[in-house]
Design a protein around this ligand. Structure first.
Ligand SMILES: O=P(O)(O)OC[C@H]1O[C@](O)(COP(=O)(O)O)[C@@H](O)[C@@H]1O
Ligand SMILES: [Mg+2]
Ligand SMILES: [Mg+2]
Length: 337
């Protein structure tokens, strides 16, 4: 039995289910093609000269890896030509990217973290790409797109997805009616449906957090982890396992597959920042995917997708994954434990 490809799935969603517009379908096709090209570059490693850092820093003051910049360029170039977009924004660019005037302006906005998990590139551990699609305001055809147009809460997302470049290359996608997983068939050159209707188990015994920051966390977060570590002898009454890959894409993908809770909370190293991860390129798309799979995503207390962004590169605390465990952390952080 031959399996469905991404293209067949998207056509079906457009024609039979009316779940997406033609423009969105084409946009997802273009982004997924760009992810294939990134996957190809990633897999060449040292042979393709893609490892290592550049001299440059991005807007967040982080040293850019060669692959951060290459992946950004691949996504920009692919979507300028065929993306049906009004504009793009990326973790790696200070401000928004206008679509050159010579092309008809589309109605959508694309945001991405071109290469997530940069610290894992040179050590051959899973990395990925995260993306989010928003609808531009209705008057966009008559004017230039602005940064303001992108500042929409995550609940407005039309599509979110990630590609994970691991032992297998996978694309995980939501268009707002559940979550589908596709595996890249390198012989065919196609994304093939392999994980239908992905669901996050409601309960878990596995947490994911960078434990080296423990002394910097707020007391309720420390307490929650201490209670997890106490296992069967503590208030949770169960033993927990821990995983931290340090690529959000890979950690979230594990949670999408077998459940778990992922946390990058506020910490006192840089107290003015609400968190390390970026709302528009990381937290919102992952929250949309997790919620569509039956999970929950908060900044520790509030729903991430309800946050009204005030800046393009805004940061946020992130607690997401198995619903009942995320709710438990919320109880700790809201002061009820
Ligand atoms: O190195 P730390 O502090 O554990 O942080 C790891 C986190 O940082 C990130 O790598 C940030 O993403 P970028 O690589 O896109 O900057 C997340 O993917 C990951 O969860
Ligand atoms: Mg990232
Ligand atoms: Mg990145």
């Amino acid at each position: 039995m031959s399996r469905k490809t991404l293209t067949q799935y998207l056509v079906e969603q457009q024609r039979n289910n009316n779940a997406i517009e033609a423009e969105v379908r084409l946009l997802v096709e273009v982004v997924s093609r760009a992810c294939k090209a990134i996957s190809h570059a990633v897999s060449k490693g040292a042979l393709g000269g893609v490892l290592g850092s550049l001299e440059s820093e991005n807007v967040q003051g982080e040293v850019q890896k060669k692959l951060d910049v290459m992946s950004n360029e691949i996504l920009l170039e692919a979507n300028e030509w065929g993306g049906h977009l009004a504009g793009m924004a990326s973790e790696e660019m200070e401000t928004i990217h206008h679509i050159p005037n010579r092309y008809p302006k589309g109605e959508y906005l694309l945001l991405f973290d071109p290469l997530d998990g940069s610290s894992n590139i040179d050590v051959n551990v899973s990395i990925g790409t995260i993306f989010s699609v928003l609808k531009a305001p209705a008057d966009i055809s008559g004017r230039e797109v602005t940064e303001e147009d992108f500042l929409q809460p995550g609940s407005q997302q039309v599509v979110a997805g990630y590609a994970v470049y691991g032992p297998q290359t996978m694309l995980v996608l939501t268009i707002g009616n559940g979550v589908m997983g596709f595996t890249l068939d390198r012989e065919l050159g196609s994304w093939v449906v392999t994980h239908e209707n992905m669901r996050v188990p409601e309960d878990t015994k596995e947490f994911s957090i960078n434990m080296s920051n423990m002394r910097h966390w707020a007391p309720p977060m420390r307490q929650y982890i201490e209670d997890c570590l106490a296992g069967t002898t503590g208030p949770m009454g169960k033993d927990y396992n821990m995983r931290w890959i340090a690529s959000m894409v890979a950690d979230v993908h594990r949670i999408m597959t077998r459940g778990g809770i992922f946390m990058y909370p506020w910490d006192s190293r840089d107290p003015k920042k609400p968190g390390k991860l970026r709302l528009m390129y990381e937290a919102n798309p992952m929250s949309f995917i997790i919620e569509q799979a039956g999970g929950m995503a908060t900044d520790s207390v509030n729903r991430i997708m309800d946050i009204q962004p005030t800046e393009l590169h805004q940061r946020v605390g992130v607690v997401l994954g198995s619903k009942n465990e995320v709710a438990r952390v919320k109880d700790y952080c809201a002061g009820s434990k």
